[in-house]
Design a protein around this ligand. Structure first.
Ligand code: FE
Length: 217
């Protein structure tokens, strides 16, 4: 399982994230560190990025680093933690993994899905239909969690939701895209309006990253 997870590692060096967090540096998050924190406006504000990335995401990194001290996981990579840990260590490690993947799913540069991805989405009725189904699943998610586009172990593309910190990578599914449905992701910009958050999510999607996940998974 760990090997499988490593194959699905996104462009951010997660293993470095834990060590860098220990040394007090900012975690290397692709979307945040490579452009200004107002780059996703007007769809996602600077304040949301400051809180969501700078405080929430960072808190998970700090917490997992604190929790693994003195345990069998002290020298584990993030992938190993997500694959093998349980309880609070898993919850915090999985949130680090999920958030890092989420930031990679966003881009300030407006994009469209490429040919291969469009073909894969045909099984869900095409791009528009997929987006509607994704929105519906995200809107129906009770409480906090994540909505995903995944390629399952049989190669089928499908939409799933996970509660709290749970992540489909632990089940061997190839993750293509995710949207953070924790209220902390949208409360600053949209208050309780999850639908408005989703509406502003789509213009930010980094389809090139989604395509790369499809072809490499
Ligand atoms: Fe979040």
């Amino acid at each position: 399982m760990v090997a499988a997870l490593r194959q699905r590692k996104v462009t951010t060096p997660f293993t470095g994230m834990l060590k860098e967090a220990r040394s007090g540096q900012d975690p290397p998050c692709y979307s945040y560190s490579t452009y200004a924190n107002n780059a996703l406006e007007p769809h996602m504000s600077r304040e949301t990025l400051d809180y969501h990335y700078g405080k929430h995401h960072r808190a998970y990194v700090d917490k997992v680093n604190e929790l693994i001290v003195g345990t069998e996981f002290e020298d584990a990579s993030l992938e190993e933690l997500v694959a093998e840990s349980t309880g609070d260590i898993f919850n915090n490690a999985a949130q680090v993994w999920n958030h890092t993947f989420f930031w990679n799913c966003l881009s300030p540069r407006r994009q469209s899905p490429g040919k291969e991805l469009n073909q894969a989405l045909e099984s869900l009725g095409g791009l528009e239909s997929f987006q509607k189904q994704f929105d519906k699943a995200a809107s129906a998610l009770f409480g906090s969690g994540w909505t995903w586009l995944v390629k399952d172990t049989k190669g089928a593309v499908k939409i799933i939701t996970t509660a709290d910190a749970n992540t489909p990578v632990r089940d061997g599914q190839v993750v293509l895209l995710t949207c953070d449905i924790w209220e902390h992701a949208y409360y600053i910009d949209r208050r309780n309006d999850r639908a408005a958050y989703l509406q502003n999510f789509w213009p930010l999607v980094n389809w090139e990253f989604v395509s790369a996940n499809l072809t490499s998974g």
